[in-house]
Design a protein around this ligand. Structure first.
Ligand code: FES
Length: 57
């Protein structure tokens, strides 16, 4: 599903970015531009990032 509409970023891309070392919303922004426009996706993106990190642990 699309998480960041502004930059057309999906939850799958966020999980892949996490696997590639993105640990913070800022690093997600650097890799995928998530939350770099309107910012409405930040909370959802953070949840997916945290969830993905927990699963990886
Ligand atoms: S929805 Fe992600 S920056 Fe707007």
């Amino acid at each position: 599903m699309y998480v960041c509409i502004c930059n057309a970023v999906t939850d799958r891309q966020i999980r892949e970015a996490r696997d590639n070392g993105a640990c913070t919303i800022e690093e997600l922004g650097q890799q995928l531009r998530v939350a770099t426009c309107c910012g409405r996706c930040a909370e959802c993106a953070q949840s997916i990032l945290s969830e993905s990190a927990e699963q990886a642990a």
